[in-house]
Design a protein around this ligand. Structure first.
Ligand code: HEC
Ligand code: HEC
Ligand code: HEC
Ligand code: HEC
Length: 423
């Protein structure tokens, strides 16, 4: 990677030709992703889990460094693990294309020709989301499981639209939006499909591992369930919250990723003219089975089949959204449906459900602002409601639980937003 930063390559000062400069100076999180493996939390985690020092541990390097788990021959000549999440983490191991991509003929290659050389086509929102999700949700190669979390790793709660907006860009994002005015909405939808697919793929891998080792049943990882069904602070308000006595209080599998993916699948026809029914129903089957597997009653064979189906249906649906024409007039009705408090089988009154609903509202707002140059909420008071909503959902400093989270207060704020939208 140090080769990439040469001033005549990507180390210049302008946007084009200055990609490495932008990454070095602005993409702080990714640049220091390797460095955090030396911090106090990492040292404690490695010790507690009986691992090697975190910065030498393959399990950590899988997500905190550049393609560390891939054969070294694949990487660019000057690859170094210290670069953290660097160029090759997203653009692909460069060993096979680094020389070619400086040749004049490179530009005339098609995306699929480049792909054959190991260069990822990040202009595709599916490929882009798949790359982010590999580390931010997990893959059969590496996950952040409950053991890692109990030892101190932050919970992964990824939402493509929000993380993409937060990522400092080293490319011409305005030109990209001009090419595809629906990019924001597409990122939101594809991000959810790809995240749910990643969960399905991890489930396949677990089931296969169980079958190989001769185990009949698979126990899923607790990190894939709703944390707050098991963990909450004794001082948290309980009014309007599901308790372990009602069905909502028993931990739900995929509580973070699955409900929004199913919501998007149901919206798919209206927004993109693409049918999401098969994906919606097969991921639903997987949820049922995972729910049973927590009780140790889902067979590995059945789980493997169902998770495979879910993965395949989510993948083909997600790809159908790549170039689908969008109906921009559907965004306001979409907001109304996101805000519909009463018909609330979707956005369960849990922190996961309400936070994903909030992020979807923000994503839709971002999409509207990108093309209409105005927000969906015109009154200043509305943005105040949004700020209050965000405040309700934020973990207080020093807490790993949403201590001030109160579903009835959220309902009240959503009602306020809905009223302001009907004017
Ligand atoms: C599946 C990918 C994955 C694996 C495996 C993984 N991490 Fe992480 N880690 C992440 C992501 C993504 C974040 C950032 C989370 C966020 O901010 O949303 C993170 C955040 C962290 C942080 C917090 C950094 C900060 O800025 O405060 C520490 C510390 C950390 N990881 C250490 C480790 C250690 C040690 C291991 C190995 C035992 C490990 N991680 C394994 C993906 C992973
Ligand atoms: C977190 C993922 C990520 C990392 C890390 C990353 N990139 Fe990118 N890069 C992207 C995305 C997404 C795009 C936009 C899609 C595109 O234009 O290919 C992009 C675009 C580019 C482009 C513009 C391509 C074009 O056709 O306009 C160049 C050049 C580039 N990156 C070089 C680098 C270099 C050099 C590094 C390392 C210093 C790097 N990138 C690190 C994700 C990443
Ligand atoms: C190779 C793994 C990897 C890939 C690929 C990756 N990330 Fe990350 N990302 C991380 C890790 C690890 C961290 C946390 C590092 C730290 O805390 O210093 C992180 C941090 C971030 C943060 C900062 C989060 C915070 O809490 O401030 C954002 C935003 C982000 N990533 C967005 C993206 C997006 C968008 C993509 C895809 C275009 C992407 N990442 C691809 C591993 C990855
Ligand atoms: C089915 C119930 C259940 C679910 C769901 C669950 N946990 Fe746990 N968690 C436990 C139990 C029991 C322990 C104590 C034993 C252990 O460390 O595994 C624990 C331990 C922990 C610890 C260590 C606490 C300490 O004081 O050492 C943390 C942190 C944690 N969980 C976070 C989470 C997060 C974050 C999630 C969701 C991603 C989650 N848990 C999901 C039951 C659960």
């Amino acid at each position: 990677m140090s080769g990439c930063t040469a001033a005549s390559c990507h180390g210049g000062k302008s946007l084009v030709g200055g990609e490495a400069t932008a990454w070095l100076t602005r993409d702080v999180a990714h640049r220091r992703a390797f460095d955090v493996l030396f911090d106090e939390t990492s040292v404690r985690m490695a010790k507690q889990l009986g691992l090697n020092a975190a910065h030498t541990e393959a399990r950590c390097l899988a997500c905190h460094a550049t393609e560390a788990a891939h054969p070294s021959g694949m990487k660019g000549e000057r690859f170094a693990v210290e670069f953290g999440v660097g160029c090759e983490s997203c653009h692909g191991a460069a060993g096979t294309w680094v020389a070619r991509h400086t040749e004049r003929t490179w530009r005339s290659l098609s995306a699929s020709q480049k792909k054959n050389l190991g260069f990822h086509d990040l202009r595709s929102m599916n490929t882009r989301a798949e790359k982010c999700v590999e580390c931010h949700v997990g893959s059969p190669r590496a996950t952040v499981d409950h053991d890692l979390i109990a030892a101190g790793h932050p919970r992964l709660a990824f939402e493509m639209s929000a993380y993409h907006a937060l990522l400092p860009k080293h490319w011409d994002a305005a030109a990209e939006l001009q090419r595809d005015p629906a990019q924001e909405l597409r990122l939101w939808a594809i991000g959810h499909a790809v995240s749910a697919k990643a969960l399905s793929d991890v489930a396949v891998a677990r089931a296969e591992a169980a079958i190989k080792s001769g185990t009949t049943y698979v126990t899923p990882d607790l990190a894939e369930f709703d944390c707050h069904a098991c963990h909450h602070d004794l001082t948290e308000p309980t009014r309007g919250r599901p308790t372990l006595r009602d069905s909502l209080g028993s931990p739900r599998w995929g509580s973070w990723s699955v409900p929004p993916a199913r919501f998007v699948a149901r919206e798919s026809n209206r927004l993109f003219g693409q049918d999401g029914t098969a994906a919606e129903s097969s991921v639903g089957q997987l949820v049922k089975l995972m729910q049973q597997s927590r009780l140790g009653i889902a067979s590995a064979d059945q789980l493997s089949l169902t998770a495979r189906q879910s993965s395949a249906d989510l993948a083909s649906w997600s790809r159908s959204l790549e170039n689908a024409a969008t109906d921009a007039t559907q965004r306001i009705p979409l907001l109304h449906r996101l805000l519909a408090v009463e018909s609330d089988s979707e956005w369960l009154p849990t922190w996961d459900g309400q936070t994903q609903r909030y992020l979807s509202i923000i994503a839709t707002g971002r999409s509207l602002r990108a093309t209409e140059r105005r927000g969906p909420f015109t009154l200043a008071a509305d943005s105040e409601v949004l700020v209050n909503l965000r405040h309700q959902l934020t973990y207080p400093a020093g807490y790993a639980t949403p201590r001030s989270f109160d579903p009835s207060e959220i309902d009240r704020l959503l009602r306020e937003l809905r009223q302001s939208m009907s004017h």
